[in-house]
Design a protein around this ligand. Sequence first.
Ligand SMILES: Cc1ncc(COP(=O)(O)O)c(C=O)c1O
Length: 437
Amino acid sequence: MSPYVRDGGLSLEDLHVSLSDPSLASMTFLNEVSQRYPKAISFAAGRPYEGYFAVEDVHRYIERYCRYLKQELGHSDAEVRRALFQYGRTKGIIHELIARNLRLDEDITADPESIVVTVGCQEAMVVVLRALRTDERDVLMAVSPSYVGITGAARLVDMRVASVASGDDGIDFDALDAVVRETRANGLRPRALYVVPDYSNPTGQTLSEADRRRLLSRSRTEGFLILEDNPYGLFRGVRERQRTIKSMDRERRVVYLGSFAKTGLPGARVGYVVADQTVEDGTRGVTLLADQLAKIKSMLTVNTSPIAQAVVAGRLLENDCSLVAANTRETALYQDNMRCAHDSLTRHFEDVPGVSWNRPDGGLFLVVDLPFAAGDEELERCAEDHEVIWTPMAHFAADERSRRRIRLSVSQLNPAEIDLGVERLRAFVDDCSRSAE
Ligand SMILES: Cc1ncc(COP(=O)(O)O)c(C=O)c1O
């Protein structure tokens, strides 16, 4: 406890109920573990590779954006200064460039007016859920195991979350149908389904095109929206990339969540949401959901930092608005690392009963099943005794199997570190198996 807190302190029950929920502490805990064991080999954080970061890039990106404003849009020097220094448009100032990027990289045709630029994808999740949660009957369905950012955001706005199990190929449609049925039977409303269809965090799974189409069809017949979150889709593996669900969406069933954290730089804290659904708004007539989300954003962060948006815009402009092009080195590196992780796991664990893992061909994450519980305590022990860290899947799901699963992220390591890390993991597994005997 802080030495400054004495008499008159508050108890947790005096504060919002979300603060008693472990999902809110989860993100901070996972960040802190890496910091506490700086010498350990870290499979824990889903952060982008740092070897290509260069401070000069930040300055150059801002200059590139200013040049674009002047030369391509004809802005005066005063207008350029204002764009960077002043409060700005609530929905953001780089919406046209994002729309161009979505057309090029994701085959999504987005009206720039339907885009709200947010403080990371995280803010987009909060504003979308805030808008959808009208009363205690509204339910967010989330494909489980689910990213803690979405479950935490739901807690903040007091929205119920119903987990939809995923099988080895992604979403389990029988489970989805059952959740919709049960939700309705309990007098509740399934408002939206959250899904990360490409190289998901935490499972690394990718949905097939047929399942994407089935989801769209369910969304139509059952009347819920799809929240498609796509931070990893362009880090493809050997297979062709799948089409985004939004690119197949002809009826505005999908709210698309975007992030520049993995494809640009997380330090900019810039993300966005495409919300092209129409909303009747009294005397204003028909508006876009994006305009309603902007009202919420105006009370949360006013507008996303224009300086941060300029950095992202400069990176987009330098690559003709293609983040696929901007990330060729990163994509190749993650692919190599993923291949290396599969090879190392095969070498070190082939003969170990009860240990198995999935084989995503791209992205940042894969999941290992272990024959014993692997939670926060085991993580600490593994870090202390074996100098290797990972993420307990229990942070992403409450089911029994997840207690024995761990997520490995390959994004911040090189092949030698991956191999050494997997060797250390084997020593940890041997230790735990011995003590279980
Ligand atoms: C599934 C998912 N969505 C979104 C994000 C990124 O959010 P932000 O743009 O707020 O960093 C992450 C980052 O870890 C993620 O894994």
